[in-house]
Design a protein around this ligand. Sequence first.
Ligand code: SAH
Ligand code: SF4
Length: 387
Amino acid sequence: MTANLLDFDLDGLAAFCERLGEKRFRATQLFRWIHQKGAAEFDEMSDLAKSLREKLKSTAEIRALPVLAQHISSDGTIKWLFDVGGGNAIETVFIPEEDRGTLCISSQAGCAVSCRFCSTGHQGFSRNLTVAEIISQLWFAEHFLRKHLSKSDRIISNVVMMGMGEPLQNYSALVPALRVMLNDHAYGLSRRRVTVSTSGVVPMIDRLGQDCPVALAVSLHASNDALRDDLVPLNKKYPIADLLQACKRYLHVAPRDFVTFEYCMLKGVNDTAAHANEIVKLVRLHGEHGAWCKFNLIPFNPFPESGLIRSDTAAVIAFAKILSDSGIVTTIRKTRGSDIDAACGQLAGDVNDRTDIHNRMTKRRIIPIRDVDRPVAVDKEDTVNDC
Ligand code: SAH
Ligand code: SF4
């Protein structure tokens, strides 16, 4: 069977090279060709012996996912839909900003967690993506963007596992994929700039801390268990107290000294002052002064089947003020790419390329809360990008 080399982290590739009777260091050369230079053909790999290239041609390939559609938003955000077979497509979103380029990657086709406010959750679960399918999104986007922008240096500086799917329910593919992202012979991303976002698979948060600690974002969305049971059904298995304790344990090994909580603002459901005060209590219960976490308030991206409505801006600002007045660093997420349905929890749209992204790199995404008495400090390095 032909091996897809996008499926391997460096150790896996070294083992593959050994099976071909080659020295392990060949794997590093090969890894660089694939991930740093974006080579898809073995004949491009000029410093590999011809005999090895022939051997590779008969046993391996570099097979990325076929692109079904590409949409470029008026704010420079780019969304790709990739075909993963069986009538399923996954989405990947690139978000350009002045000081970084973030890629939002999918981990599953569909999702089994079935959160009420998420259109992926409403689709149901199709299957886990393979390592190759996860890495293919980064491989394609990085090398496409370099060509598109005529640049030879790295374009993607941050990865967020915030596309379709629950990454911690596809753990065995997630970890090798993260290792490829972090490896200096591949994408060389900093652990602080790779974020796994989870709805709260508690045992897997602990395992991630042991196997491959990266930045952690947790989709909280509720201030008490009754509400969270309804919005994020996984809460019935791993309630809020267990989840917050797992977050605190994770901080012992995490590359950052805080966890980011995502909170999707749903009108009349989770956005009142009472909810905000409950959050403050929860955060205090688990650590002094709320300094161990940050909150990212996400305006809900509506879709008809959800029956839910986006909170009013005034409610979002009032909610943020309660959190920030209590000492919790809080940001309100600016929706990016909404004209192409690239915003969180949204899927395919059909919009033509209508921007020059060179001119759009200056846009900032995080909106510091300026309308409140005490502006919230925003450390751009420390904020999590969205899609
Ligand atoms: N399954 C993981 C990662 C993918 S979802 C998780 O739940 O964390 C990425 C983020 O988008 C999560 O915070 C999720 O709650 C949020 N999200 C999903 N649907 C949304 C919607 N319709 N509007 C706003 N945010 C949404
Ligand atoms: Fe799955 Fe995350 Fe959507 Fe919930 S929010 S259904 S966990 S993708």
